[in-house]
Design a protein around this ligand. Structure first.
Ligand code: G3P
Ligand code: CA
Length: 353
């Protein structure tokens, strides 16, 4: 064989292999393959979750992070729910307060103590915003200084308070530390009209998930659909409690590579999810079409976490994902052609931060 022919084959080989891979991927799990399943479950497709609010642009799980997510048009506001010593439900990711507050200055002797050892009044003394300005100087804003830890009740007000009506995607974080937290969450959501009877708007518009005459396509209205709340947890036990308390609320079993190793196989993790009638929330490292197709084959939808780059969004969409959690909902909305206004500063003006 002539050298030129060999070089052409070598140059073409990667293109051929990549094309074959995408063809194989398309056969296994194509974009939109979980759309009908999502709609059946009352969940928008693709579902775009603002992970801890727009936590890439504002201090996670604080008021501006969620206001910004709502104004940008996220489908869901994602939050990790924990409880103070005196029983207040709050939005906070870590078990302690060292990373995201100035606790070392305010309570130096208790800095590493878990959040459930503090009263809500004590937490109100903390600054939950300044750390972000130091960690992310390119996104720092003077108005982030002195932000307070948000309660679940305040988060519900934010979700209910704008033109866009996003849903809530709530995670019980370390639920073994907060016995009874699931009932407390469900009770609060019932009290605020998020669980229970259909909302007025839901009754008016039988479905806002599908395109329908009269539906405003520019308005997020997940709040007024059956999937307005999704509960999620790494704890199967916590999801079991939610299923018993509010079976109509969609559940998502979160897992990572370590969960798969402990369970012994990917199928064994899906068995655990199936036992509590949950859907799947795997780490984005597992967003391969052969996993997505296995999840769909079980009748589950799949939302991957945490996807922040547009090329990852493209790839995961190609591989058939039904939704993503992202710290940069602006990038996700832009990728899916849903950004109304390209200038982020306009949104900051709207939320007055
Ligand atoms: O909810 C998906 C994702 O939030 C799970 O991971 O650690 O960010 O709560 P984490
Ligand atoms: Ca979470």
């Amino acid at each position: 064989m002539r050298l030129k022919t060999v070089l052409i084959i070598i140059a073409a080989l990667p293109v051929v292999l990549i094309s074959l891979f995408f063809l194989y991927s398309f056969i296994l799990s194509s974009p939109g393959s979980g759309r009908d399943l999502s709609i059946q479950k009352g969940v928008p497709f693709p579902a775009l979750m603002a992970h801890r609010g727009v936590s890439g642009l504002a201090p996670e799980e604080t008021r501006p992070a969620y206001l910004l997510a709502r104004e940008l048009g996220a489908d869901y506001l994602e939050a990790d729910i924990q409880r103070t010593r005196d029983g207040v439900l709050i939005a906070l990711h870590d078990d302690d307060l060292t990373r995201t507050t100035n606790i070392e200055e305010v309570f130096p002797d208790r800095a590493k103590d878990p959040v459930n050892t503090f009263t809500y009044a004590e937490l109100l003394r903390l600054d939950a915003g300044s750390w972000f300005n130091e960690a992310h100087p390119q996104w720092a804003r003077p108005s982030y200084k002195g932000l307070k830890i948000l309660t679940l009740s305040e988060l519900i007000e934010i979700a209910d308070g704008g033109f866009h009506k996003p849903g809530l995607y709530l995670e019980t974080k370390s639920p073994e530390m907060f016995p009874g937290i699931e009932k407390q969450v469900v009770d609060l959501l019932k009290e605020r009209g998020w669980i229970g009877q259909p909302t007025a708007l839901e009754q008016e518009e039988s479905s806002t998930l599908e395109e329908s005459p009269g539906k405003d396509p520019t308005r997020v209205n997940v709040r007024n659909t059956p999937g307005r709340i999704i509960v999620q947890s790494f704890s199967q036990e916590s999801l079991k409690i939610f299923r018993d308390l509010a079976p109509e609320v969609p559940r998502v079993f979160l897992f990572g590579q370590d969960t798969v190793e402990q369970a012994g196989s990917f199928e064994a993790v899906l068995d655990q999810a199936a036992e509590v009638d949950a859907n799947a929330g795997p780490s984005g490292y597992m967003a391969w079409p052969w996993y997505t197709s296995k999840i769909h084959a079980r009748g589950m939808i799949v939302h991957y976490y945490t996807i922040n780059q547009s090329w990852q969004m493209w790839l995961i969409n190609q591989f058939g994902a039904d939704g993503i959690f992202t710290d940069r909902i602006d990038i996700a909305l832009d990728y899916f052609g849903r950004m109304e206004e390209p200038d982020l500063e306009e949104y900051f003006k709207r939320i007055e931060y």
